[in-house]
Design a protein around this ligand. Structure first.
Ligand code: HXC
Length: 258
């Protein structure tokens, strides 16, 4: 499907989705988020796709929700349409891993979108922030909750209350991003990580995603039980037999997603 605000390419089992509103630093408007929800849903349903990479431009992953589009809305508007909830829920429902490859600005909804992905690889030019306070609002796509879980209360409060930006080095130190690479190497690094994931058993990949996400959504005791039972359940798969046999026989595993 052709999109107006995205460029989607599928190659070697990886769906590369590029946000493409260059005139507005990829600000998230209803059209872009609707298209993104659709592209992620399609990639999730496409058997050829084993991993998704979401990126923006060199200057901006996304500079936040589109302020122009939001500026004239009333409480009744945003409450009634539950602004951006359906779209973000659709992205969260994706069972395949989504890597955010972030260069330049990831602000407000842009930072929140990166955090909705499964992990973030940042260029050394990346800048993260939750500057909604400067607009007289708070974050609205999970920023106060997710950033706090990533970086802890103190730094999250600092970011949300002052609206300051955090560079890539600070973001890595704080645990917001998994790796920082020179800007020129960003896509090579992200596609390399996606390729590594694509080589694993798709069953095990789904199990990992569900198990790690559990740690955000339940108590430690329940999460540990979920993980143990997932570990147990994978012994019913051919890929567990193959993975362990390959190790013992000193060869590469041939996973069949069964
Ligand atoms: C709409 C935006 C935009 C945004 C940038 N642009 N950010 N348009 N919404 N969030 C537009 C500018 O208006 C401008 O268009 C063009 O992109 C280039 O931006 P400049 O400001 O000229 O670039 P620069 O001087 O380099 O500054 C970059 C910037 C700044 C620091 C990122 O643009 C900025 O502060 N943007 C807003 C960041 C922000 O507050 N984000 C949070 C939004 S609220 P023109 O036509 O003038 O050239 C949010 C809430 C989410 O995300 C919750 C929703 C439920």
């Amino acid at each position: 499907m052709a999109y107006k605000t995205l460029i989607v390419e599928i190659e070697d089992h990886i769906a590369l989705i590029r946000l493409n509103r260059p005139d507005a630093l990829n600000a998230l408007n209803a059209e872009l988020l609707g298209e993104l929800a659709d592209a992620v849903t399609q990639a999730d349903a496409n058997d050829k796709v084993r991993c998704i990479v979401l990126t923006g431009s060199e200057k901006a992953f996304a500079a936040g929700a589109d302020i122009r589009e939001m500026s004239t809305k009333s409480f009744v508007d945003v409450f009634s349409e539950d602004l951006f909830t359906r779209e973000t829920e659709a992205i969260l429902a994706c069972r395949k891993p989504i890597i955010a490859a972030v260069s330049g600005y990831a602000l407000g909804g842009g930072c929140e979108l990166a955090m909705i992905c499964d992990f973030i690889i940042a260029a050394d030019t990346a800048k993260f922030g939750q500057p909604e306070i400067n607009l007289g609002v708070v974050a609205g796509i999970g920023g106060t909750q997710r950033l706090t879980r990533f970086v802890g209360k103190s730094k999250s409060m600092d970011m949300h209350l002052t609206g300051r930006f955090m560079d890539a080095e600070e973001a890595e130190r704080a645990g917001l991003v998994s790796r920082v690479v020179p800007a020129k190497k960003l896509m090579e690094e992200a596609m390399g990580a996606a390729q590594k994931i694509a080589e694993k058993s798709a069953l095990t990949v789904k199990a990992v995603k569900e198990s790690v996400n559990r740690s955000y959504e339940t108590t430690l005791r329940e999460g540990l039980l979920f993980e143990r039972r997932m570990f147990n359940a994978l012994f019913a798969t051919e890929d567990q037999t193959e993975g362990m046999a390959a190790f013992v026989e000193k060869r590469e595993p041939q996973f069949r997603d069964k």
